[in-house]
Design a protein around this ligand. Structure first.
Ligand code: ATP
Ligand code: MG
Length: 222
């Protein structure tokens, strides 16, 4: 049997001591945790993607990107929205996270003012955000939502990630997704941009199905 908190490859291990105090006695397994996280995240998705958030509501500043993570996971984890102080086996060293995020947000504005297609801006934002890995956990989901809020704000189709495929260890989607992030580590953004395009869909579809754990988009590799 799998240990209750067993991680899958490419996932940050779970430390139950960070659960909100009210949950510590009732949540003992990944299976109990998943729906709580999903409900919390769904509320943030509705808040930012039900209609187009203007720059006042989604300003892409440092305080706001941290707040977004808190809105996604704050009902479950006490460290939500707080820059981690512990070192992980990936991501920026803790001392550099704030500077790296600041630099990313500056670059984002420069990309916006350039001729770079918004879909590429979103893929780069997604990659850099998850690469910095500012939080103890939830970095992938936070980076994917950040990218989608950016797309929405720029009138682009959203990326409907098949969340079940992304989080299942053996799924071909996850393997492609992690391979695309590794290609980006090597400086090649192509595969991640391709994946964003592959899962591009109109906003209405995203709200209806995007985060529903039952809905998995048929995925054909290659
Ligand atoms: N080599 C890598 N380079 C950049 N990012 C990576 C790499 N390997 C994994 N990641 C990212 O880290 C994420 C896992 O981080 P974390 O557990 O904090 O996020 P999550 O939201 O809980 O998980 P997930 O993204 O799997 O839903 C992976 O999903 C992926 O987005
Ligand atoms: Mg995780």
């Amino acid at each position: 049997m799998m240990a209750p908190w067993q991680s899958i490859p490419g996932e940050t291990p779970i430390d139950p001591s960070g659960l909100r105090p009210a949950l510590r006695k009732v949540v003992h397994t990944r299976a109990q945790l998943n729906p709580l996280e999903a409900d919390n995240i769904r509320a943030a998705i509705v808040k930012y993607l039900a209609d187009t958030p203007n720059r006042r509501r989604a300003p892409f500043t440092l305080p706001w990107v941290l707040k977004l993570h808190k809105e996604m996971l704050g009902r479950v984890w006490s460290w939500a929205g707080r820059i981690r102080t512990v070192e992980l086996n990936l991501g920026a060293p803790a001392w550099r996270i704030q500077t790296d995020l600041h630099e990313l947000l500056q670059d984002l504005l420069a990309w916006e003012a350039s001729a770079m297609p918004p879909a590429e801006q979103a893929a780069r934002l997604h990659y850099r955000a998850v690469h910095i890995h500012p939080f103890e956990n939830g970095n992938g989901r936070w980076a994917r939502l950040l990218a989608n809020i950016w797309l929405k704000q720029h009138g682009q189709p959203l990326t409907i990630w098949p969340e079940e495929g992304i989080t299942a260890a053996t799924s071909p989607v996850r393997q492609h997704y992690l391979a695309a992030l590794q290609a980006a580590d090597g400086g090649d953004m192509g595969p991640l941009i391709d994946l964003h395009n592959r899962f591009a869909a109109p906003p209405a579809d995203y709200l209806l199905f995007g985060q529903s754990r039952k809905h998995v988009i048929p995925y054909h590799s290659g």
